[in-house]
Design a protein around this ligand. Structure first.
Ligand code: TZP
Ligand code: MG
Length: 214
């Protein structure tokens, strides 16, 4: 059972290091209607990550939108986040489930068929399929873009909701949903927009039109 609406995930941009701008952009995405937020911080030390997570949780709670934390199970637990997003190099999903219990959301990054098949028997809530298109936002540990054909291949063998990430913008959202994605996860198309709220609203419109948005 889905623990959240995964249709439009805003993944925060670690390149926004200034707090004021970070929280402004977050609020705009929430006002625009993102359905879930993932706090992804690779550059902050633990205390700064924790402080940012605390405030992010407060803001997401105000908008009644679930918050998940990238990589850091300890930080997710310490702020009572809704869950985590973990990658292939993080703690194994089964261990993560043991630590977090059954109620929390666990998303797991998947880049190929082998990982997708493995995901089928794991207690995870969604797979984060990446990268679907080429992106400049993430450079480390990034496989070749899967494209629509890759999404279709994974969709045909997966029993988990698929959230696509990597290079997603307004022009390629529809084709992902049409080919089986449950949702999209977006960094730069929201965070680098001059008007993040409008950019989010435009995603919502597309999702509503094709019927994935509740
Ligand atoms: N994981 C796979 S691609 C990616 C992450 C975090 C970055 C996606 O960023 P953008 O700007 O939406 O392409
Ligand atoms: Mg990770």
């Amino acid at each position: 059972m889905n623990k959240a609406d995964y249709s439009l995930m805003y993944v925060t941009d670690e390149r926004i290091t200034e707090d004021a701008l970070f929280f402004d952009t977050l609020q705009s995405s929430l006002k625009g209607g993102v359905t879930i937020v993932q706090l992804r911080e690779k550059l902050l030390d633990t205390r700064d990550f924790y402080n940012r997570a605390l405030k992010t949780k407060e803001i997401c709670d105000y908008y009644n939108v679930p918050l998940i934390i990238n990589d850091r199970i300890d930080i997710a637990l310490s702020i009572n986040a809704h869950g985590v997003h973990i990658g292939q190099q993080d703690l194994p999903p089964a261990i993560t489930r043991k630590i977090l219990g059954s109620d929390k959301i666990i998303g797991w990054s998947v880049s190929n068929e082998e990982q997708a098949l493995k995901a089928n028997s794991l207690e995870i809530d969604y797979i984060g399929l990446s990268p679907v298109f080429s992106t400049a936002t993430k450079t480390e540990n990034l496989e070749k873009p899967l494209g629509i054909s890759g999404l279709s291949r994974i969709k045909s063998i997966s029993n988990k909701p698929i959230i696509c990430i990597g290079g997603i913008d307004h022009s390629n959202t529809e084709v992902l949903i049409e080919n089986g994605a449950e949702g999209i996860a977006v960094v730069s198309a929201i965070s680098t927009s001059e008007q993040p709220q409008k950019a989010t609203e435009k995603f919502k419109k597309i999702l509503c039109r094709i019927g994935t948005n509740k």
